[in-house]
Design a protein. Sequence first.
Length: 277
Amino acid sequence: MGVTTVEGKSGYGLDKETELLQLRVMRSLNNDEHKRVDVVSTFLGAHAVPAEYNGQTDEYVDYIIREVMPVVVHNNLAEFCDVFCEQGVFSIEQSRRLLLAAKEMGLALKLHADEIVPLGGAGLAAELSAVSADHLLHASDADIRAMADKGVVATLLPLTAFALKEPYARGREMIDAGCAVALATDLNPGSCFSGSIPLTFALACIYMKLTVAEAITAITLNGAAALGRADRIGSIEAGKQGDFVLLGTDTPHILPYYTGMNAVKLTIKGGRILNSN
């Protein structure tokens, strides 16, 4: 489907050994000389509270900061730290404490924010100058403006809203407020087991009211910005890496109309042809 760079998140083990294993697998994939996709690793140990810490979320945050995050950093296993800042998971204060510790250890910051209720995670992302915030289905107008002011990329995941029958994030309003909006699939084994870029694109245009040009920018250049890589990938410019696709159409306006269908005919990464259809 023309993808040449992805973000991989841990957060599906919630114990030290499994979290580190997930990140090591990502590093192994990224170091493979025959790789077809670059993998950017994010430590998401605070994705949920494991059963053994039920009712002890503060203690689990302490454990991550004290026992797991230093190993992640020492072994250079991740560039980013993320947290599921949500009601019933990690509070604003717990998320702030975790992310400040991550920042002090040298990790760049991301958040899962305001997916289920308007908790204020988007505002926290702005407060901490996070690189990006994900989901944002219930982000407030004030927090959207704050994200725009601080240059936080709003990474929207329409496939997850589709799969969970939730309202879509307000992509149109975010762009109008000055936010850089990125699009991603959120492929994961829980809430969204789909990696369909074509369907993501169509949902963004149809339900989030992005224009075709805005959706293209969201999937390419702004997606790169959400990974701190807008200076090297995401657009065709002199000096950049040379990742791009050729579509089997003479107009990009076919993309949302061609709902869920792959229009990519040729994928080129670093000037090398990866595949053709």
